[in-house]
Design a protein around this ligand. Structure first.
Ligand SMILES: C[S@@+](CC[C@H](N)C(=O)[O-])C[C@H]1O[C@@H](n2cnc3c(N)ncnc32)[C@H](O)[C@@H]1O
Length: 472
């Protein structure tokens, strides 16, 4: 899920150490396994990490598996979990970079081949991408990147016969200047086409450019944003976000973490709950709650909160997050549809599962694991959930529908159809004063639409507020 790093206190991504300067190739030892004193062959330092990176890149690109799932410290890929923490961080940095700049790397590799790679050489392609990502973008010596790519090929029966090609292509990349490529090259064609259709070519290009930059760390603070910004060396965005443009080390070591003064949440992800305003004395249901960034906001807004979550492991995380923050909510583990039929709430938040295409800056795998068919399927899921969520809204109560997709079929289209088929609800348009710094995100219909190119980079989010005007 796109918002997995909200509230957790985890750093949003293994941010790659960006290459400081291009280094020339230089001389290298042959790519062989090191020979132990007693003659026993031992694995080369760093080789395992590259092999795991190749395996995981294949899982993302060939099997559409989420990178977050593969690199989860508890439930991730077993080979990833076996790595030392330092190597895990390196693998994450390689993969995030290889996916963020996949188009660039593909073009750079292709330009150094005499003929296209064989169609059945998936493993070879991934080895080249893992090596190329280090050479072009990470602060790894080029010689190590090349040698370990060659060693990865040598150790892989499907790629062994291409180890000379790996050596030649990557050595040339290390020696030669990067190619000048259009910025849209890193946006896969299915996504580029949809963005252009929904936003026009200029805005689509700006969004594609935003996807090439890692996200800063945004914290939602319980109070005193100015004070926390000064203390943490950040700046205030919106009503309660402190943005840290740079961060060295884990967020768990920042002031205020242990005392639960803030949680990690993108500035745009904080907007949907703001649309409820002050909820003191009222009831609120967070229907898709984990990991709980928005649940925490609802608690802070003064509501008596019921948080529903389908997934047991994600509910566990939500509870841990609320405990750290010193906040309380009634929790319901299972589908929100199982809440008692007679229950209604003053405020209902449906932060629905979506394609997460608004979070590509921090989850570049999304561009390769999602597709137009998946967007269509998710839009249908959301429409069904929205209709069922509506039954939980009290008379004059409000429902906010939100998600972190930048696809209008999952946002504007879903709420449009809902309003056409639910005469007991009316749109409750958002006013500029309700969303400090984000008035430009209010649409002509009075909904909220952010895109990653706004405000120095935010998640793409959609939110619409409707009010029950009859029935209930
Ligand atoms: C986009 S995430 C929610 C993020 C969360 N609102 C936050 O801000 O931290 C969607 C969540 O909905 C959960 N979910 C999906 N279908 C559900 C259902 N029918 N009832 C309850 N939870 C559901 C998923 O397991 C997932 O954790």
């Amino acid at each position: 899920m796109a918002t997995d790093n909200e509230t957790t206190g985890r750093r949003p991504e293994g941010r790659p150490t960006v290459k400081s300067a291009k280094r020339p190739g230089g001389k290298r030892p042959p790519a062989k396994h090191a020979q132990h004193e007693q003659g026993e062959v031992v694995a080369r330092p760093g080789l395992k990490a590259r092999q795991v990176a190749v395996k995981l890149l294949s899982a993302v690109v060939d099997q559409a598996t989420s990178l977050d799932g593969l690199t989860d410290p508890d439930h991730g890929h077993p080979h990833f979990r076996q790595l030392e923490p330092r190597d895990r961080a390196l693998v994450k940095a390689i993969l995030t970079t290889a996916l963020r700049f996949r188009g660039t790397l593909e073009a750079e590799i292709a330009a150094r081949l005499d003929r296209p790679l064989p169609a059945n050489a998936a493993s070879l392609r991934h080895i080249l991408h893992v090596g190329a990502a280090q050479i072009r973008f990470l602060d790894v010596p080029d010689s190590a990147a090349v040698d370990l790519a060659v060693a990865s090929a040598e150790a892989d029966p499907r790629a062994r016969r291409f180890k000379g090609l790996v050596n030649a292509v990557l050595r040339r990349m290390a020696r030669e200047a990067p190619a000048e490529l259009p910025r849209e090259v890193d946006c896969p064609s299915w996504l580029r086409e949809r963005l252009t259709a929904h936003y026009g070519s200029e805005k689509a290009a700006a969004i594609a450019e935003a996807h090439r930059h890692p996200a800063p760390v945004d914290l939602t603070v319980k109070s005193d944003p100015m004070g926390w910004a000064a203390k943490l060396g950040g700046r205030v965005i919106g009503a309660s976000t402190v943005r840290l443009d740079t961060l060295d080390g884990p967020v768990t070591e920042l002031a205020g973490f242990d005392e639960g003064a803030w949680w990690v949440q993108d500035a745009a992800a904080a907007l949907p709950v703001q649309l409820f305003g002050d909820l003191t004395g009222g009831t609120a249901a967070d229907l898709c709650a984990a990991p709980g960034g928005k649940t925490a906001q609802l608690c802070e807004a003064g509501a008596t909160v019921t948080a529903c979550e389908l997934s047991a492991s994600r509910m566990k995380r939500l509870k841990a997050n609320l405990a750290r923050l010193g906040l309380e909510a009634e929790t319901h583990e299972g589908p929100f549809e199982d809440l008692g039929a007679d229950r209604t709430f003053d405020a209902v938040l449906l932060d629905a599962p979506c394609s997460s295409t608004g979070t590509i800056r921090r989850h570049p795998d999304v561009a390769y694991t999602k597709s137009p068919d998946e967007v269509k399927r998710l839009a249908e899921v959301q429409a069904g959930m929205l209709a069922r969520a509506a039954r939980l809204v009290a008379l004059n109560g409000r429902l906010v529908f939100s998600n972190c997709s930048i696809d209008r079929d999952e946002g504007e289209a879903v709420i449009g159809t809902f309003l056409k088929t639910h005469s007991d609800f009316a749109r409750d348009p958002i006013a500029p004063a309700e969303v400090p710094d984000f008035a430009d995100a209010i649409t002509v219909d009075g909904d909220l639409r952010t895109t990653p190119d706004m405000h120095g980079g935010v998640d793409g989010f959609f939110a619409a507020r409707v009010k029950r005007v009859s029935g209930g």
